[in-house]
Design a protein around this ligand. Sequence first.
Ligand code: A3P
Length: 286
Amino acid sequence: MEDPDEVPSVKGIPFIQKIHNVEAIEKMYDEFEVRDKDVIIMTYPKSGTHWMIDIISLIYSNGDPSWIKSVPAWKRFPWIEMKNGFELIKNKEDPRFLTSHLPVHLFPKSYFSSKAKMIYIARNPRDVIVSYYHFINPFALDSSWSAFENFFESFLRGNVVYGSWFDHIKGWLSMRNSEKFLFLTYEELHQDLKVSVEKICRFLRKKLSEEEISSVLENASFQVMEKHRLENNESIEYLRRNQVVLMRKGICGEWKNYFTVAQMETFNKLYQEKMEGLDQDLFPWN
Ligand code: A3P
């Protein structure tokens, strides 16, 4: 856990010294060159990032799972703000596959004038809280977070790594009418993965046969992804370093087992205030 007195932040967003390239994040805004052929996955943490990494990896491999079986996600789609990602990106050839959780005001400005394609995945923030709570070991800013109610309070205040969920989604939704930006939700992937995969293929201008699409669907299922992560050693390494499980439950609506009635009311009130003015049809969890 980070010493709370020494949590580094960039423009108000807390980061973790040991995993983030904190010194570079501020400079990256001006200096990182996003390329036209880049494909970027953008999420708030715990929203289905790894799911999308595998889906896009499979699409670019025409459904062949060899790449995801042999190479961990963080090497296939490095996080631009992480220490391990920064080095890997330097040597990547086009098209580069990149991941980030950065809020819009910290993301390299060259993206906005490029033709790079970005896929944003949002998830019911109530389920994000629960998933994040189970994943706080590598992201803990406060030892009191071992109690759910304390983490819940910090999350609502935006005092967690990567800042406020509300600011993240509102900031990025400013891009939603751009043709280089695709907004999807974790819940719609769950509801009909085939429809979502076809949407992503159209967005990326990738033509896959029915057979290839079937292979994407099979290999991006929760159980098969879990198996691949063992094969490429990713979950083993993760477990060892951080004592957390990435492929935990992978379901929608788990928050109902965690929130008290009072927490539900507090959350709903804040949600209404913060999300006012946005097109609520975008969010299947409402
Ligand atoms: P839970 O903790 O609720 O189980 P991220 O990749 O952004 O860190 O998100 C992790 C969450 O996505 C975890 O949620 C994980 O189980 C879920 N997830 C990963 N792959 C999935 C899949 N194929 N199907 C459904 N959920 C998946």
